[in-house]
Write a protein that binds this ligand. Sequence first.
Ligand SMILES: Cc1cc2nc3c(=O)[nH]c(=O)nc-3n(C[C@H](O)[C@H](O)[C@H](O)COP(=O)(O)OP(=O)(O)OC[C@H]3O[C@@H](n4cnc5c(N)ncnc54)[C@H](O)[C@@H]3O)c2cc1C
Length: 361
Amino acid sequence: MVYDVAVVGAGINGCMVSYFLKNAGESVALIDKEGIASGGSGAAGAFISPKFSKGGELKNLIDKAYVYALDFYTENFTAYIKTAPLLHFAKYTDEIKKLQAFKQTSTLSSSPAPAEALECVSKQAKKYEYVYLLKSGVVDAAGVCHALVKDIDFFIHEVSLLTCKGDYYQIGEIKAKRIVLANGAYKPIIDEPYIKLRGIWGHRIDISSSTDIPVNLHQFVSVSASSNSQISIGATHDVHFHPQTSKQPYNVQKGRDELLQKASQTVNLKDIKILKDYTGLRSGSNDYLPLVGAIVRSEESLDKIHFYKNIYMINGVGGYGFVLAPYIAKQLSEFITTNSEIDATINPARFFYRYQKKQKK
Ligand SMILES: Cc1cc2nc3c(=O)[nH]c(=O)nc-3n(C[C@H](O)[C@H](O)[C@H](O)COP(=O)(O)OP(=O)(O)OC[C@H]3O[C@@H](n4cnc5c(N)ncnc54)[C@H](O)[C@@H]3O)c2cc1C
């Protein structure tokens, strides 16, 4: 059988694009070297929240994606999302203005927080400006990835080569007319000099605590609302550790201490017991925006742009993978199946144009 599409990488991006392609009537083969949600997606706190900044392309994209994601997960994957209001505090005094600007300019409606939402909040955090949104969510990261692809053919295979056989590609035993690369912060499968993605290591913990938190809290880290006395705290941004290049192993205890110390600045947590650690890499681009769409062949695009034939990518979603995935994977699926436009701000070609300009100097 020749599949319409083979998706490489079964993180949230690969699973989400497989879901939309399958719903559009395409036959899909999903391939991962380890398993579903075995990369960064399995580690994610998977908080669905907006970006609290003044403005800019990333904020605009995340605002749209956040509204879309909340509806998408609640309507289609109800069992995998817990919704609660969101209380986001400024970290420092210089962030206060940013939050005030957010309240004035954002289309997301905020209101004063009710007294019960502030009950567990530390005295220190209460001194700061906050934004209170009525709805945010925390997704069961691995659970939703599995649910998205439950009817899709899944293969364990490490992809290193995409062999073009005329009108289809051969990956091991799998044949497919088109390929979507969703391989996160791992070794590139197509190595183009203008595509630069870096992996940022992160650590999240699940704890039990007698403190009852009625809302999702964000300040130095994200702290989820309590669910049966269980709370998720995430994530660290460890730029000094990388699983492939670091000489020392990752210090789990140091990561836990950092998470608890940061959480304690916002919320008074009592009777803490660590239940589980999750660690992984998230892949970020140089302008922090995702890369979604067709891939330019730089060597052959001196005068006219040439793309890899029927190969697409979805990557570089940084710390907002679960927020962005429904919105951008839908765009990619429609681009592949109906040739509709992809937002210029997320099109991988933007990096090629910048690269080409530099080369010409
Ligand atoms: C600790 C932590 C907390 C986070 N918290 C949040 C949060 O609160 N909210 C949020 O929205 N986002 C959060 N994120 C970010 C989010 O997890 C990532 O943006 C998202 O998981 C990226 O998904 P992905 O599908 O691009 O990559 P991944 O999940 O890494 O998936 C890539 C997959 O590709 C496979 N693969 C790679 N190379 C090959 C190959 N050659 N052949 C076959 N398979 C291959 C890997 O095995 C992997 O399964 C967090 C991330 C971390 C690490």
